[in-house]
Design a protein around this ligand. Structure first.
Ligand code: DLL
Length: 437
């Protein structure tokens, strides 16, 4: 077996006691800076009865209040900046689908560290200076395109900044420019795989060997589907604009959890209802604190992403904790007749059925006092039939699968192949018509 490639062994394999000492030192600095430079934090700490000098150990982080998305939104646009605009060299923003967008800034040092973190991510996913990296994330206010770009250059790869969309051009570029690594959302990777097959392009015409996917939840079954359709190895990576963008955590070749770059971030898991810290292994809401961000230090940010932390050592040699694939967000969780349902759990069931394609949509409505969940999923061409009876039997089988896995009854509706809208970025699979749109 080839040894695991690590971009920055000094930090990525640092003994945990040294790492913890480094984290404490950096945490103290961040809390001091946030207190000194950002009025919001000064007020927040004051209301919480805490002063920077009270942070004497890493566990003291729990004394600090949380920061929420609503807090960041209240500072729109620059209320959270800890440096003057002359020191800011880049601005990105969240899409603002849930209210006001959050605007994030980066100093030159932040951009430099971001490239370092992305270089770690790409190296963990098997990318080297030999690779031709096709970046099909949007370049723009979204952090995906530019974020991955600078890290790929740092690794020394040949970067193709094709950006998102225009699927036919993506395929042309992939084939003619000899892309060896693909960077995009998992749902777009699947769409590309389908479009490549439809075009009748032989696998031997493509040099693609690896894919680095993130920015949305995807199940293990979805990974298998993408790996077999594109015949590549696929790794996951996680991040969010409020905290930096991509590069917070990434999978290594072991593909068993994403290593959090703990020299730059502290990760905690809390019970989303009580705010209580949860021990390793327990699933809850991820809370992140930045340790090195200059333009916007973020203290105990409630990500709303549901995951758990694994402290066991990893075979790759990295000493950073790993987070499991986020199952979803607290605000994406559907409550169907009292049962908590994450779309990714339904995806897992659907992907186990050979009769269906990995394209689905969930529609939630309310009839009187009762919630109704409709699962629309494309039927595989091979199983498509004009006979109602045959289709009904497949629907019943899927319904039974969902009931036994999630304890919820869903109405399953098979739809014809290629009728569900494909996504070029983050897939929108849920329509909750109970909420005002
Ligand atoms: O999606 C940053 C990013 C870009 C990450 C490219 C990875 C690759 P936002 O648009 O602010 O930033 O969305 C952040 O997306 O809170 C999660 O809910 C979700 N998310 C991101 N990565 C993953 C992942 C970027 N690997 C939000 N698995 C986060 C599951 C993810 N969810």
């Amino acid at each position: 077996m080839t040894p695991h490639r690590i971009w920055n062994s000094e930090f990525e394999t640092m003994p945990r006691d040294r790492l913890r000492a480094l984290q404490l030192e950096r945490l103290q600095t961040v809390v001091r800076t946030a207190h000194e430079k950002v009025p919001f934090y000064r007020d927040l700490f004051k209301r919480g009865g805490i002063a920077p000098a009270d942070i004497r150990s890493l566990d003291d982080i729990r004394k600090l209040p949380f920061t929420t998305k609503a807090d960041l939104q209240s500072g729109y646009p620059y209320g959270f900046f800890a440096v003057p605009m002359k020191d800011v060299v880049r601005i990105h923003s969240s899409s603002g689908t849930t209210g006001r967008p959050t605007v994030v800034g980066y100093t030159r040092g932040d951009i430099d560290r971001w490239a370092e973190l992305i270089a770690r991510l790409l190296t963990a996913g098997g990318v080297t200076s030999e690779d031709v990296v096709q970046i099909a994330f949007g370049y723009g206010l979204f952090t995906g395109g530019f974020g991955l770009h600078y890290g790929a250059e740092r690794v020394g790869a040949a970067v193709i900044p094709v950006s998102s969309g225009n699927t036919q051009r993506q395929i042309m570029v992939m084939r003619d420019f000899g892309s060896t690594a693909l960077v995009c959302t998992p749902s777009y990777a699947l769409y590309l795989a389908e479009a490549i097959a439809e075009k009748g392009i032989a696998r031997s015409e493509l040099a693609l060997r690896t894919g680095l996917f993130g920015a949305e939840p995807w199940s293990e079954n979805m990974r298998r589907e993408i790996e077999s359709r594109l015949r590549i190895s696929a790794t996951d990576n996680y991040g969010l604009s409020e905290v930096m963008g991509p590069g917070v955590s990434m999978e290594c070749a072991c593909k068993s959890g994403m290593h959090v770059s703990e020299d730059h971030f502290i990760a905690e898991i809390i019970d989303p209802d009580t705010g209580e810290a949860l021990p390793p292994g327990r699933s809850g809401e991820l809370v992140l604190t930045t340790l090195t961000k200059e333009a916007i230090p973020v203290v105990r940010y409630r990500t709303r992403d549901i995951t758990s932390l694994m402290e066991e050592p990893c075979a790759c040699g990295r000493t950073f904790v790993r987070m499991t694939k986020p199952s979803g967000r607290t605000d994406d969780m559907l409550i169907i007749r009292g049962v908590n349902v994450f779309p990714s759990q339904i995806e897992t069931v659907l992907m186990e059925m050979e009769e269906t394609e990995p394209h689905y949509r969930l529609i939630v409505t309310r009839e009187g006092a009762l919630d109704d969940l409709e699962v629309q999923v494309e039927v595989n061409e091979k199983f498509f039939s004009d006979e109602m009876r045959v289709m009904r039997a497949i629907e019943d089988k899927i319904g039974a699968g969902i009931r036994s896995a999630l304890g919820v009854t869903a109405r399953v509706k098979l739809v014809e192949p290629r009728t569900i809208e494909r996504s070029e970025g983050k897939a929108k699979r849920v329509q909750d018509l109970r909420k005002p749109q």
